[in-house]
Design a protein around this ligand. Structure first.
Ligand code: DQA
Length: 145
């Protein structure tokens, strides 16, 4: 069975309590359940993780080189700052989908630049938790091409 790694960056562990008017009321655990159900329907395995630490995200990406067939990443604030995550993603040889719950382009100008975008096959933003389910469906299609 093909395997997808889903990485979540800083403060996404606070979903549900964090700016619900922007991010909605679902918790990260709810999003994980949605991803696991969507994966089951699409005959793919998912490994869902979150970290508040840039280095840990970098290490997870490095060690995912051989063990996975695709990556979904919501790097949260590191999207807009992390050359280290950009460099790590460059090593991967499979499709990457960038996801955001909100649409950063319609928010503060410091959210308008993404260091992930140049390496992403696709970007899904502003669709809330449903964006993760969509990312799994689209990634499965890309992997099975
Ligand atoms: C986010 C958007 C980022 O700008 C922000 O820093 C986040 C969440 C989103 O999912 O909408 O933490 O990635």
């Amino acid at each position: 069975m093909k395997k997808i790694l889903i990485l979540n960056g800083p403060n996404l562990n606070m979903l549900g309590q964090r700016e619900p008017e922007i991010y909605g009321t679902l918790t990260l655990k709810d999003i994980q359940n949605l991803c696991e159900n969507t994966a089951k329907e699409n005959d793919v395995a998912v490994d869902f993780r979150q970290s508040n630490h840039e280095g840990e995200l970098v290490e997870w990406i490095q060690s995912a080189l051989h063990d996975f067939d695709g990556l979904i990443i919501n790097a949260a604030a590191y999207t807009h700052t992390s050359i280290a995550i950009h460099d790590a993603l460059k090593i991967l040889k499979y499709p990457i989908i960038e996801v955001h719950l909100s649409d950063p382009d319609t928010r503060e100008s410091f959210r308008h630049h993404s260091f992930i975008a140049p390496l992403a096959t696709e970007i899904i933003k502003g669709k809330g938790a449903q964006g993760y389910a969509q990312a799994i469906e689209n990634l499965v299609k890309l992997i099975n091409l």
